[in-house]
Structures are given as C-alpha cells and as structure tokens.
Design a protein around this ligand. Sequence first.
Ligand SMILES: [Zn+2]
Length: 221
Amino acid sequence: MLIWRIASNVLPTKANLAHRMGGTALSCPVCKQEDETIIHLFYKCPISRAIWFSNPWSLHSDAFLVTNHKELAMLVIDPPIIPSTSTPIKSLKEQSTIQLALTIDTIWQLRNQQEHSDVQLNFFSTIKTLETKIWEQIKMVETTVGERVRTAPRWSTPPQGTIKLNVDAAMLNQLAALAVVARYSIGVLKAWTKIVPLNDVLMAEAAATLWAVEIAKSEGY
Ligand SMILES: [Zn+2]
C-alpha cells in the first residue's frame, strides 16, 4: 500500500500537501533541512541514508540512482539484481524487495513519529527493529517456498569475537550527517548518528572515521 502510494505520488509528504492544499510548511520532519518530497524523505534525507546504510546489506542510497517517485517504487517492485551462482535470482529479488520495502516503511513510520509527537529520534532502536523485521520476513518467505532456511546468507557478518565499525557521511547544504554502525557476528550491536557543520565531503568522511575511532575507544572495543 505504501509503495503504491509512492508510485502514484499520493503520499502525504509536506511537499505533496502543499501542492494540493496550499500549505506552506515544507521542511522534512526528520532532518528539518530540506523540503519534504518523496525523493528527499526516502532517498536523500541524511537520517534515511543512515538507515539504508545500517541495514544488514549496508546500502548507500546514492548507489540506486533514483530520480523520482516512480523509480523509487520500481526499485522495490523490481530490484536490479546481480546474478549469483549460489542463490536463484527469484530468491535474491524476493529478499531485496522485502529489505527495500521494510526500509521504506521504517522511514515512513519514523517520519510520522517525528511529525506527530515530540519523541526523541532513537536511531539505534529504529535500525535494530528494522533488522529484526527483515530477518523475520526473509525466513518466512524461505520457509513458505519450502527452501531450507539459510543460516549463512549472501552478506557476511564479522567473525565471532570481532566488532566492525562502518562509517558513512552524507552532505546536506552546509551540514554533514555522520553515521557509525557497530556490527558483530549476529548483527547490529550499536549505532550512532549526528549532524555537524561541515561543507566538504572529504572532510565529512574524515570526521566520520575519526568519530568511529573515538567511539571505539570510549566503548572499549
Ligand atoms: Zn530530511
């Protein structure tokens, strides 16, 4: 339903509401930095980008090359898949659709929470819930089609006893959104995000890396 509303451009984002009803409040309820269009909210918003990046596949939203709401919906319905020798393409497509649809749904729920209540954004709990939902759905699909539930899927987690920190930085106007995700053998352990005043992408990436080192030190990793 959500994907259908995205495809038809009828999702009540601020930009869509303003266009239809003449409102003037346009700014994204999540980052408050840009107008809330469908593309901004699900694709460009630094918090959304951090959510994409933090899921089990660690995706960078700018790798999708999505320019409008229709392309975003098509990405979910018919995800571009690189064929693999070990898993049938139908299975890969199903897994990707589940992951993309649940990520988009999570972003929409987070957006509604930020828009309608004063609850502080809890990045870690958001991505942990998303991770659990993705695993549950994938296991359900694999079980329903009679396949063996795979314990070793096509993405790999760090070896047991190891903690891996992934970093990401996204630019937005004169600000950079930094994200650090700590993963261990069974999934996401912890995650952090913050917005800092920086206007250079290399500086932002360096700041994210430095922040990860500081986190590793203070967490005792
Ligand atoms: Zn935003």
